[in-house]
Design a protein around this ligand. Structure first.
Ligand code: ZN
Length: 120
C-alpha cells in the first residue's frame, strides 16, 4: 500500500469505505460536477480489471473497472481505448466516482463530492 503524508501541504483522495489513499489532488484533472465524477491522471492502491472480456465498451471506447485494493469497492474505471482523445479524456486515465471518495484537504477529511466535513 502506498500512503501519502497526511500533512497540510499534501491534499489527496481516500476510499470512503476503508480510507486507503487513492490519488493526490494534483492528479485530478477535471471534475464533472453534474454527476460527481473526477478525471484523474493517475491513482495508487487501485486494482484494474485486466480481463478484456470484462471491459465495458461504449461505442469504440473501452474501459476497465477500477476498485480499491484493500476493500474491493468499485471506485470507477480506467480508460483503455479512447480513439477520440482530447486534453482530458485519454487512454490510461481514471474516471472515479467522487461520492465514493473522501478528500484530505490539509486540515481535515471531507466528502469529495460536496466537501462537507466527515464526522469522526
Ligand atoms: Zn477501500
Amino acid at each position: 500500500m502506498i500512503e501519502f503524508d497526511q500533512t497540510p501541504d499534501v491534499h489527496f483522495f481516500l476510499c470512503c469505505e476503508c480510507r486507503t489513499h487513492i490519488a493526490l489532488n494534483q492528479e485530478l484533472l477535471f471534475t464533472v460536477i453534474e454527476n460527481d465524477f473526477g478525471i484523474f491522471r493517475n491513482t495508487v492502491n487501485v486494482d484494474v480489471e485486466d480481463d478484456p472480456r470484462r471491459h465495458s465498451i461504449v461505442g469504440i471506447r473501452t474501459a476497465a473497472d477500477a476498485s480499491c485494493t484493500r476493500c474491493s469497492q468499485l471506485l470507477g474505471f480506467k480508460l483503455i481505448v479512447i480513439p477520440d482523445e482530447n486534453m482530458v479524456i485519454q487512454a490510461g486515465r481514471f474516471i472515479l466516482d467522487l461520492t465514493r471518495l473522501l478528500l484530505w484537504n490539509g486540515s481535515r477529511i471531507l466528502y469529495a463530492h460536496d466537501h462537507s466535513p466527515v464526522e469522526d
